[in-house]
Design a protein around this ligand. Structure first.
Ligand SMILES: NC(=O)c1ccc[n+]([C@@H]2O[C@H](COP(=O)([O-])OP(=O)(O)OC[C@H]3O[C@@H](n4cnc5c(N)ncnc54)[C@H](OP(=O)(O)O)[C@@H]3O)[C@@H](O)[C@H]2O)c1
Length: 278
C-alpha cells in the first residue's frame, strides 16, 4: 500500500480507542500518520454528541474513518456532525463503518446504519465529499475469550445453531486501511460487504475449538432477559432494547455475508476461524 500524499497525509479515526478503532489504527501503523479521536483520546479529544474538537482534529487530514459507538440512540446525528466538520476541514474522503444487512427493520441499530449510509451518499452528492462504506458481518473476535482459551464457557441469548459469516476484525481493519490509503480515486461511491470465509454457528465454533485444542467448552443459550440482567445491567434502557432486538433476530435468522469482496480487497483468502484458535 502506498499513500497518495497529494491530498495531505494524515488519516483520522473516529472511535479510535475502541475495539474496532484500535484494529484499524494498528493496520495503518507505519503506512499513514494516524490521528486517534474519541472522548478519551489524549491527542485528539472529540465529542460526537456536541461536535467539540472535530474540525480541529480533521484539519489537515485527507481521510476520515468513522466508527460510531455501539448501539447509540442516534447514530445518524453523530454522523451528521462529523460530516459537517469533515467538509469544513476540507477532508477529501470519509469511510463509514456500517454493518452487513443494515436494512433490517427488526434491528433498530442496523436501521440507523442504513439511515447513515443514505445520509452519507446524499451529503457526498450535495457537498462534493468522497465516500466509501464498509459493511462487516459479525466479528470472529466477539468470541475471542473462547478462541484463545481465556474462557471455557459461552452463554448467548440466541439459538446456538444460527449461522454467521464471522469475519476476522484484523481482516476488516486491513481492508479499511487499504481503502483509506488508496483513497477516493479508487473507492469513492463503493459499498463493500465484508463476510468471512465460513458459515458457522456458535455450536460449530465451539466444536472447532474443542477439536483443535482438546479444551472442553460449555455452551448455553439463555433467555434475552436473563442474559441482559447479567451482562447488560450497566447499559441504559435504549441500548438494552437495541441489543435485545438484535439477539431476538439472531434467535431465528442467520446473519450471513459473502467473503468474495473481502478476499478481493485483501488480495488473499480471508482468515478462517481455525487460524484464530490458540
Ligand atoms: N462487533 C461486531 O461484530 C460488529 C460488526 C459490524 C459492525 N460493528 C460496529 O462497529 C462499531 C464499533 O464497535 P466497537 O465494539 O469497536 O465499539 P467500542 O469498542 O465501544 O468503541 C467505541 C468508540 O467510540 C468512542 N466514543 C463513544 N462515545 C463517543 C462520543 N460521544 N464522541 C466520540 N467518541 C465516542 C469510544 O471512545 P470514548 O468512550 O473514549 O469516547 C470508542 O473509541 C459499532 O457501531 C458497531 O455497530 C460491530
Amino acid at each position: 500500500m502506498e499513500l497518495d500524499v497529494s491530498r495531505g497525509t494524515d488519516i483520522a479515526i473516529v472511535g479510535a480507542t475502541g475495539k474496532t478503532g484500535r484494529a484499524v489504527a494498528a493496520a495503518l501503523d507505519g503506512v499513514a500518520v494516524v490521528r486517534r479521536l474519541s472522548r478519551s483520546a489524549p491527542d485528539f479529544p472529540v465529542d460526537l454528541e456536541t461536535g467539540a474538537g472535530l474540525v480541529e482534529a480533521f484539519t489537515g487530514c485527507r481521510g476520515v474513518y468513522f466508527i460510531a459507538p455501539n448501539v447509540h440512540p442516534d447514530e445518524p446525528a453523530l454522523l451528521s456532525r462529523a460530516l459537517e466538520a469533515a467538509a469544513s476541514a476540507g477532508v477529501d474522503h470519509v469511510v463509514y463503518h456500517s454493518v452487513a444487512w443494515p436494512y433490517s427493520p427488526r434491528m433498530p441499530h442496523h436501521m440507523d446504519k442504513a439511515r447513515c449510509e443514505d445520509e452519507l451518499r446524499a451529503f457526498g452528492s450535495e457537498r462534493g465529499l468522497h465516500w466509501t462504506i464498509l459493511q462487516p458481518c459479525a466479528y470472529a473476535q466477539n468470541f475471542e475469550a473462547v478462541l484463545t482459551g481465556d474462557s471455557a464457557s459461552l452463554v448467548v441469548p440466541y439459538n446456538l445453531d444460527t449461522k454467521f459469516s464471522f469475519v476476522s476484525l484484523e481482516d476488516v481493519a486491513e481492508v479499511a486501511a487499504r481503502i483509506l490509503v488508496e483513497g477516493a480515486e479508487q473507492h469513492h461511491g463503493a459499498t463493500y460487504e465484508l463476510g468471512g470465509p465460513e458459515m458457522l454457528s456458535v455450536r460449530d465454533l465451539v466444536r472447532q475449538v474443542e477439536a483443535m485444542t482438546g479444551r472442553p467448552v460449555s455452551m448455553e443459550s439463555v433467555a434475552v432477559d436473563e442474559w441482559m440482567s447479567v451482562h447488560g445491567s450497566g447499559l441504559g434502557s435504549d441500548a438494552q432494547q437495541r441489543l435485545s432486538a438484535m439477539f431476538e433476530y439472531y434467535d431465528d435468522r442467520d446473519f450471513l455475508a459473502s467473503s468474495a469482496v473481502t478476499a478481493t480487497l485483501l488480495g488473499r483468502s480471508p482468515t478462517p476461524i481455525r487460524a484464530l484458535i490458540s
